[in-house]
Design a protein around this ligand. Structure first.
Ligand code: ADE
Length: 258
């Protein structure tokens, strides 16, 4: 996978992604990362790439031509038109399904905006995907690009070690991850669930799956609509719902204190 990040702050991208698992993958050549400075395509001696918005209003707008030239330079380098992702709160919300789709590409271009945005005409010309990382507004697209690169890289073959990729994770099967424990077995009086110390592998697996269902039901119940559950697991979920209804009923029946 080759990432090309078009940005006014290339050092932010380089400093942010050269550590930990992504840094290791870059060092090994499993992924490559090139931060392209849009200012290098300014076309003037001052490196000026922004101007006032037509129609008035606050802030500055990034001009079309430098962005277009930076994009063209990447397309020429790789010999074809790549997928170009524009990071914007107006985009589709980033999801695990999108991670898996983007991970299939050979090259991905991330276009990071700043100021009040980028001239609409160049966006119409080059952007293939508009993506938001959530309903809040950041100062630029660099952090969202890094978030996406981190998540996508985990799905690029060879980035995670066998042990890292075999792990159960949140969103696998639309369920959240079960709780994890490590030594000591008793910490400040709190014990590790005894089943995890039993050495009974099959029972541990059943318990973990139930914990995943319980946790998803408690924290992100809407995910369960798409989850693939066995008949026994469906029964477990129904039992959870039944217990909850019972608690509610008991709450209603309890006499009011005055
Ligand atoms: N740029 C500014 N805010 C953003 C967000 N929430 N997602 C993606 N890009 C952005």
């Amino acid at each position: 996978m080759h990432y090309h990040v078009l940005t006014l702050f290339p050092e932010m991208i380089e400093q942010g992604l050269h550590t930990s698992i992504i840094g290791r993958a870059i060092a090994a050549g499993t992924i490559t990362l090139s931060a392209v400075n849009i200012r290098d395509y300014a076309g003037n001696r001052y490196g000026k790439v922004d101007d006032y918005p037509y129609g008035g209003g606050a802030g500055m707008v990034m001009q079309a031509e430098p962005v277009y030239q930076a994009c063209q330079a990447v397309a020429e380098k790789i010999g074809r038109k790549p997928r170009v992702i524009y990071l914007t709160p107006q985009g589709q919300t980033f999801s695990q399904a999108m991670v898996e789709d983007f991970a299939k590409e050979e090259d991905l271009v991330f276009l990071c905006g700043h100021y009040e945005g980028i001239d609409e005409r160049v966006l119409e010309e080059v952007v293939t995907d508009y993506v938001s990382i959530g309903d809040y507004v950041l100062t630029g697209g660099e952090l969202p690009a890094m978030v996406m690169i981190d998540a996508i890289s985990r799905f690029v073959p060879g980035v995670l070690s066998n042990e890292e990729s075999a792990q159960f994770e949140s969103f696998q099967d639309n369920l959240l991850e079960y709780p994890q424990y490590s030594r000591p077995a008793v910490w400040r009086g709190k014990e590790v669930p005894p089943i995890l110390l039993s050495g009974h592998h099959a029972n541990v697996e059943i318990w973990r799956r139930q914990q995943s269902i319980l946790r998803t039901w408690q924290r992100r119940p809407e995910l369960l609509e798409e989850a693939q559950l066995s008949k026994k697991e469906r029964q477990y979920l129904e039992e959870l719902c039944r217990q909850e209804r019972q608690k509610e009923e008991e709450g209603k029946e309890a006499p009011h204190e005055s």
